[in-house]
Design a protein around this ligand. Structure first.
Ligand code: SI3
Length: 291
């Protein structure tokens, strides 16, 4: 069984202007992450992949393309979460059959689900598949919080091996590290990679790693080697870059930065807006400034 620890790019999906998947572009992004960025793994079908705007068939096609292109070169995690539980169960089976190393599922969102309902959701997704599950915990987008005693209940299921922790609460992160030394914790905020690494994470999953992988690797390795001031220098540059990316539109700007490197990263999916000339021009400036 493959070790899941390490740094993952949250995989972007390339779309044509009409919103259909640009398979050639998607394959180029995957190869770039493996060959150039030297990532340990890819997190496929997450927020960065614009997953929650896609049909079931499109989600399956992206899982297929990623596995076909990556083969066994890197670790692959399939994000299968959806508020349509039947779809999540179907996608979990599909990704497991394709040979994905692990599954992940966002907490069910939009409705105010009770903890028992959240627990039922995770148990149902994994009950019929022989695979590992990483909880995708991102309360700032889902509004779903999970307490330490609730995590303990979820982690009682041996198939639930970890959490993608997209949260800026370092007290909670420290409490989780102490409470669950044998579970995997992946940091989800690229701008907080250094402090999360200090607190003993097992890896990180990020959108900006698609373009900023070398700096992310430096931050992670320098921090683990206790070279904190050197790591902080790199985190400062990284956070200047992330601030500029966020100001210009997160996923679109990362795609435009990839396009500067000759990758057909394409457009974002509606209702995300098309690129404006100003956004394109700003992305070129960002590229010149940081790369
Ligand atoms: O599922 C996903 O693709 C992720 O959540 C990846 C990751 O946690 C990113 N989160 C979101 C919501 O995009 C971060 O990498 C984030 O973009 C970055 O830290 C900038 O804030």
């Amino acid at each position: 069984m493959r070790d899941l620890k390490g740094l993952y790019s949250a995989l972007l999906c390339s779309f044509h202007e009409d919103g259909t998947i640009n398979e050639k572009g998607l394959r180029q992004i995957i190869r770039h992450n493996i060959d150039h960025n030297k990532m340990d793994g890819l997190y496929v079908g997450g927020s960065t992949g614009e997953n929650f705007m896609l049909s079931t068939e499109e989600k399956k096609r992206i899982f297929e393309i990623a596995k076909d292109e990556a083969k066994d070169d890197v670790t692959l995690i399939a994000q299968v979460g959806s508020i349509n539980l039947k779809e999540s169960i179907e996608l979990a089976k599909f990704a497991t059959d394709l040979g994905y190393d692990a599954l992940s599922a966002v907490t069910p969102f939009y409705y105010k689900f009770s903890f028992d309902e959240v627990r039922h959701y995770y148990e149902s997704i994994i009950s019929d598949v022989d695979n590992r599950m990483i909880i995708y915990f991102i309360p700032f987008l889902t509004g779903v919080n999970i307490s330490i005693p609730q995590f303990e209940k979820l982690f009682a299921n041996k198939k639930i091996v970890g959490v993608k922790f997209t949260q800026g609460d370092f007290y909670l992160l420290e409490r989780m590290r102490k409470a669950f030394p044998d579970k995997l914790i992946f940091a989800g905020f690229d701008e907080m990679l250094l402090p999360a690494t200090v607190l003993g994470i097992d890896g990180a999953i990020g959108s900006t790693y698609n373009v900023n992988a070398a700096r992310a690797r430096q931050i992670y390795e320098l921090t683990r080697a206790n070279k904190i001031s050197e790591a902080l220098e790199v985190q400062h540059i990284t956070n200047d870059l992330i601030t500029d990316i966020l100001d210009n539109g997160l996923y679109g700007t990362i795609k435009l930065l990839l396009a500067e490197q000759g990758i057909e990263a394409g457009c974002c999916r509606e209702p995300m807006k098309p690129y404006t000339p100003e956004m394109r021009a700003r992305a070129k400036e960002i590229y010149k400034k940081y790369f």
